[in-house]
Design a protein around this ligand. Structure first.
Ligand code: HEM
Length: 319
């Protein structure tokens, strides 16, 4: 009896470790070292051009990667266009009239194809481009594990239900990240991405008119360009101090109750993440280190590898 239980325990543990291993078994930082050695340079140059044209594009690409990874893993599903017979993720609520930067990925992809035909996935290009955008805006760097393949499907309903929204509370943010295997700490450090980029009035109107955990001067400043009705697409920086620089000011803003989104301020509102927010607000080095590590974990969310999926030739459509 005892030995049966031990055997069962052993088998269960072996199976679990095999599953955990195979989840990111094939991703490796040198995946294209022989097949597309210029890949890192092509992506970096493409991102440099884009960011020189408009710094916000670094932010937009980082967000695309997040929205890709949270729906069926980092499989470039967000890049697929809708057609008469195919419904993708671009028109899901979190993405419609909001997700941007697709042309940057198209342009990088066509240069990658010219150099290494049918070799590099759109999912990997997006992972590298997101890292490069962060670096070009002054943020930390990290090695990007590669070897993802591209989905032949997408899920609009998955995007609607699994990507967190700006009015969510702390426990709901924590559970949406937990559903992807990411911890509350990961959630808090990845939210530091809101040190760059912009948000539309419709995403923070309720906060600046109705929330009470908000600095009064900050709310007044934001109301000036976000009326109670109308102006839905008017933009405001997610980080009021340095919106085009990847630094730790996001956390200082939260401590000063100047988070732009309701969901941002939820990270510093008397709950479990307060102490981490406080520590990142004064320690940019630990934020940078933890952000890099968490980006690798986010990039590991259920990739397609091996013979699953495909290497798309055009990121907007399946082959
Ligand atoms: C924690 C839950 C999160 C929520 C509720 C959230 C929500 C939002 C919203 C509402 C916007 C503004 C979109 C618009 O107005 O068009 C936005 C922008 C942005 N988000 Fe998040 N986000 C979250 C986490 C993340 C994560 C994990 C990342 C990346 C690692 C990220 C990166 C960005 C960036 C860079 C922008 C600016 C994009 C641009 O300027 O084009 N966000 N987010």
């Amino acid at each position: 009896m005892a030995s049966t239980t031990t055997t069962q325990l052993f088998l269960t543990l072996s199976l679990l470790s095999l599953l955990a291993y195979s989840a990111h078994a094939q991703l490796s930082t040198n995946f294209y070292a022989n097949t597309c050695p210029n890949l890192p340079t092509i992506v970096r140059n493409g991102m440099r051009q884009a960011v020189n044209r408009e710094r916000r594009l670094g932010a937009s690409i980082l967000r695309l990667f997040f929205h890709d990874c949270f729906v069926n893993g980092c499989d470039a599903s967000i890049l697929l266009d809708d057609t008469a017979t195919f419904t993708g993720e671009k028109n899901a609520a979190p993405n419609r009239n909001s997700a941007r930067g697709f042309e940057v990925i198209d342009s990088i992809k066509s240069q990658v194809e010219a150099s290494c035909n049918a070799t590099v996935s759109c999912a990997d290009i997006l992972a590298l481009a997101a890292r490069d955008g962060v670096v070009l805006l002054g943020g930390p760097t990290w090695n990007v594990p590669l070897g993802r393949r591209d989905a032949r499907t997408a899920s609009q309903s998955g995007a609607n239900s699994q990507i967190p929204g700006p009015s969510e509370n702390l426990s709901s943010l924590i559970s949406k990240f937990a559903a992807k295997g990411l911890s509350a700490r990961d959630m808090t450090v990845l939210s530091g991405a809101h040190t760059i980029g912009q948000a539309q009035c419709r995403t923070f109107r309720n906060r600046i008119y109705n929330d009470t955990n908000i600095d009064a001067n900050f709310a007044a400043t934001r109301r000036a360009n976000c009326p109670a009705t109308g102006g839905d697409a008017n933009l405001a920086p997610l980080d009021i101090q340095t919106p085009a620089r990847f630094d730790n000011n996001y956390y200082g803003n939260l401590v000063a109750r100047r988070g732009l989104l309701h969901s941002d301020q939820e990270l510093f509102n008397g709950g479990s993440q307060d102490s981490l927010v406080r520590s990142y607000s004064t320690d940019g080095t630990s934020f940078a280190r933890d952000f890099s590590a968490a980006m690798v974990r986010m990039g590991n969310i259920s990739p397609l590898t091996g013979t699953n999926g495909e290497i798309r030739l055009n990121c907007r459509r399946v082959n």
